[in-house]
Design a protein around this ligand. Structure first.
Ligand SMILES: NC(=O)c1ccc[n+]([C@@H]2O[C@H](COP(=O)([O-])OP(=O)(O)OC[C@H]3O[C@@H](n4cnc5c(N)ncnc54)[C@H](OP(=O)(O)O)[C@@H]3O)[C@@H](O)[C@H]2O)c1
Length: 296
């Protein structure tokens, strides 16, 4: 089968491409950069160039594809970008679209409204479609704190006592691969919520990391406004602060990220990685002078 992966260099797409190619499918791995497309090309993966902001650049790839995976960056135009791609997929005779959504319950905020635009485009189409909804991802939330953990023994956040069912990105990619390669009607119009095996507070996660790394990691919690100011002081662009960081912590604090499901096990027959297991796998990323040697 030919499968177009939109977002092939991203968190989920980069893990999905080798899984699909490894199970005998031909992957069209899409990026906006011609140089990156060359680098992506190997064995059953062909790097292709396309831009969601110019849907015509998708046509040729869609015409060659049986199924399409869509992960696009968190952005104020996510809805329009993905909806255009979905309409192009339908026009090109694609059989199924699998889209990344999210498991955290966002109460009608900007991010959720953008996802709704894309999901409505799927509902209005004649395509088979499935959503893969990752719970808060360990790589995004824990590797982002790598240097602070390495050098200061500190994790920071604004999650309060909210529980988070953190999941590994690899498990989300495995789940997406199952959805993309099954008989599409089996998972049609399903929102598959992919989580880790347990739900933990940030304080508990810091405790687990401390045990695995072998030294104390302290979690410091901030009120939202204090946290916003900290991010401004770190030099994060104002336009990124709400969409990339605050809206996620706000929902964690409200207890909207604690859902744990058995969907991953049901789909794959394997247990999802726990934070402790993930931390063992990534242990060196959190130890000064070790991180560079592991590619982190
Ligand atoms: N991270 C989490 O914790 C988490 C949890 C739940 C849900 N999500 C959802 O995951 C999605 C984001 O996926 P991700 O984390 O894999 O994204 P990501 O790591 O930010 O990667 C974005 C990808 O999109 C590509 N891209 C950027 N702009 C593009 C454009 N205009 N046209 C075509 N491709 C473009 C980039 O490729 P090039 O730069 O190579 O072109 C890259 O491959 C969002 O829907 C988010 O809500 C994330």
């Amino acid at each position: 089968m030919n499968i177009l992966v939109i977002g092939a260099t991203g968190l989920f797409g980069s893990r999905l491409c080798p899984i699909l190619a490894g199970s005998g499918h031909h992957v069209l791995a899409m990026t906006r950069s011609p140089e990156t497309a060359k680098d992506l090309t190997a064995f059953d993966i062909t790097g292709v160039v396309g831009d969601l902001d110019d849907p015509e650049t998708l046509r040729e790839h869609m015409m060659l594809s049986d199924r399409v995976f869509i992960a696009s960056p968190i952005h104020p135009e996510l809805g329009r970008r993905e909806a255009d791609a979905i309409r192009m997929a339908e026009a090109c005779g694609v059989e199924q679209v699998v889209k990344i959504h999210g498991a955290v319950r966002h109460d009608d905020d900007l991010l959720e409204r953008q996802h709704e635009i894309a999901i409505n485009a799927l509902r209005e189409s004649n395509l088979h479609w499935t959503l893969i909804s990752p719970q808060t991802v360990m790589e995004t939330n824990l590797l982002a704190q790598m240097e602070s953990i390495q050098y200061l023994g500190q994790m920071i956040g604004a999650a309060g006592d909210g529980r988070v069912g953190m999941v590994a990105a690899e498990d989300c990619a495995e789940a997406a691969a199952v959805a993309l390669t099954c008989d599409p009607p089996l998972l049609d119009e399903r929102d598959l919520v992919i989580t880790g095996p347990e739900s933990l507070t940030y304080e508990e996660i810091a405790g687990l990391l401390s045990e695995v790394i072998g030294r104390r990691i302290q979690y410091t919690d901030f009120e939202e406004q204090e946290f916003r100011q900290l991010l401004v002081d770190f030099g994060m662009p104002e336009e990124d602060i709400e969409l990339q960081v605050l809206c996620h912590f706000r929902e964690m604090r409200r207890g909207h990220a604690g859902l744990v499901t058995d969907t991953f096990e049901w789909l794959t027959g394997s247990r999802p990685l726990s934070v402790r297991e993930w931390a063992h796998e990534h242990r060196r990323a959190f130890i000064p002078h070790e991180a560079g040697r592991t590619g982190h």
